[in-house]
Design a protein around this ligand. Structure first.
Ligand SMILES: NC(=O)c1ccc[n+]([C@@H]2O[C@H](COP(=O)([O-])OP(=O)(O)OC[C@H]3O[C@@H](n4cnc5c(N)ncnc54)[C@H](OP(=O)(O)O)[C@@H]3O)[C@@H](O)[C@H]2O)c1
Length: 223
């Protein structure tokens, strides 16, 4: 299996890279910080994992295109798993976000996932067995004083995931692509912080990418 995990140098993305690589996947990841990325790549190489990486700002449309081209070249035009993990938040009262802050949060949390899914779709199709996984947040479902724009972006991700699962999976299980979403709580030991451990999240993400979690194994959905 081949996988693109966005934002794999820290937190949940880091744990997902390790989880998938331990299961034998070839993984490509990205982040904006070149030196941290190189440190991680060396660390993974030392553990015997096959992980490559790109410096990329997922909030940038052209850089997302470059990332997709890189992934295509690294994995021979095919991809099995896209983990849309990159996300960020900062808390302000709901009416106080500036236009720039609103655009930044939407570009990083929502547009990046949507556009990466569009770009990865031909590669996932080409692999014959493709998985989209979106990392959402429990505050996409609740009111929050901690980030209205972030939670709105995550709520939009929930809806995109459902629509993608319907449009892509249910149209004849088009090329075996499943759309999956994971509403994590608040993961400890990452800058965004606190309820679950990042490696508890990553185990579930890895499970979602296994054949056993595929809709193809749920006979009732074939009717
Ligand atoms: N942690 C939680 O409690 C929690 C709760 C609910 C949902 N989530 C969701 O889980 C996901 C991961 O969260 P986390 O806490 O693990 O985050 P994190 O520790 O802050 O790590 C984020 C990762 O993404 C990279 N990244 C951030 N912005 C980027 C950008 N514009 N372009 C490329 N890479 C970027 C970071 O590297 P650079 O900064 O070097 O680019 C880093 O590798 C997010 O979608 C978040 O919303 C987290």
């Amino acid at each position: 299996m081949t996988a693109l995990v966005t934002g794999g140098t820290r937190g949940i993305g880091y744990a997902v890279v390790e989880e998938l690589a331990e299961l034998g996947a070839l993984v490509h990841t990205c982040s904006r910080n070149e030196s941290e990325l190189n440190e991680r790549l060396q660390e993974w190489s030392g553990k015997g994992f096959t992980v490559t990486g790109s410096v990329c700002d997922l909030a940038s449309h052209p850089q997302r295109e470059q990332l997709s081209e890189k992934v295509s070249s690294v994995f021979g035009g095919k991809l099995n798993i896209l983990i849309n993990n990159v996300g960020t938040n900062f808390a302000k009262p709901t009416l106080d976000y500036t236009t720039e802050e609103y655009s930044f949060l939407m570009a990083t949390n929502l547009e990046s996932c949507y556009h990466m899914s569009q770009l990865a779709h031909p590669l996932l199709k080409a692999s014959g067995v493709g998985n989209f996984v979106f990392i959402s947040s429990v505050i996409s479902l609740l009111h929050t004083p901690y980030g209205s724009i972030y939670s709105a972006a995550k709520a939009a991700i929930n809806q995109i995931t459902k629509n993608l699962a319907y449009n892509v999976v249910f149209q004849r299980f088009l090329q075996s692509i499943d759309g999956k979403e994971f509403l994590d709580g608040v993961a400890k030991r990452t800058p965004l912080k606190r309820i679950a451990e990042a490696n508890e999240v990553s185990s579930l993400v890895a499970f979602l990418c296994l054949p056993a979690a595929s809709l193809h194994h749920w006979p009732n959905h074939c009717c």
